[in-house]
Design a protein around this ligand. Sequence first.
Ligand SMILES: *[C@@H]1O[C@H](CO)[C@@H](O)[C@H](O)[C@H]1NC(C)=O
Ligand SMILES: *[C@@H]1O[C@H](CO)[C@@H](O)[C@H](O)[C@H]1NC(C)=O
Length: 232
Amino acid sequence: MVLKSFVLTIAIMVLVTSMSYASNSIPLQDFCVAINDPNNSHVSMNGKFCKNPKDVTADDFFISGLNIAANTSNQFGSVITAVYVDSLPGLNTLGLAFSRIDYGPYGLNPPHINPRASEILVVHEGTLYVGFVLSNSGPNMKNKLFTKILHPGDVFVFPIGLIHFQFNMGKTRAVAFAGFSSQNPGLIFNANALFGSHPLLNDGILAKAFQVNKKIVDYLQSQSWSDNVRLP
Ligand SMILES: *[C@@H]1O[C@H](CO)[C@@H](O)[C@H](O)[C@H]1NC(C)=O
Ligand SMILES: *[C@@H]1O[C@H](CO)[C@@H](O)[C@H](O)[C@H]1NC(C)=O
């Protein structure tokens, strides 16, 4: 009887522990260089100080402007309007973020990773060719590509941490909205990170990694690797 309840207690403890790590068990920033709260009077929660609850208003949970189409004339032909903890402070610790994505004709939201969030995307206007690539793991699934053509009202999920993209197949604009399972999903554009790092990555390393001539790497590194993200 005693043994039984001991085992049960352990089982409950394991369950509770695993539940408490079920969301946001990973850091919500690339790194955290610690600094003391200068006033030593606030509660710090995963990278952000918490505002004193008595000073909180409805506006801390509010943002507007996602009805406004972005100007997509950049090298990708797309713009992400990002609503995350930096633009909507009420999202902090809630494990949620949101964005509007505008695509010009044949615009591309280039291959990228959200290191801390899965994404669920709904098409509002236009036709998108979307996809993601699996990781290296799994004997028959290694780097498998999943793609789909989406029309207005269609919904697609991009699992956390995988390289994914959306391409506007049409000669008219497209609009999508996306939800994320983190208040700070993070965004790594693969090409930007590898060919537009500061300082530049050694071209010999990239040439070997990509199995190309150094000249091709130098050409890629000479491009302007700006991104397509803005706040509302
Ligand atoms: C510290 O206190 C001052 C004065 O009350 C205030 O203006 C400031 O915002 C506080 N800083 C933080 C990080 O809370
Ligand atoms: C969009 O941006 C481009 C380049 O910055 C500019 O030339 C163009 O006038 C803008 N279009 C609109 C509709 O604002």
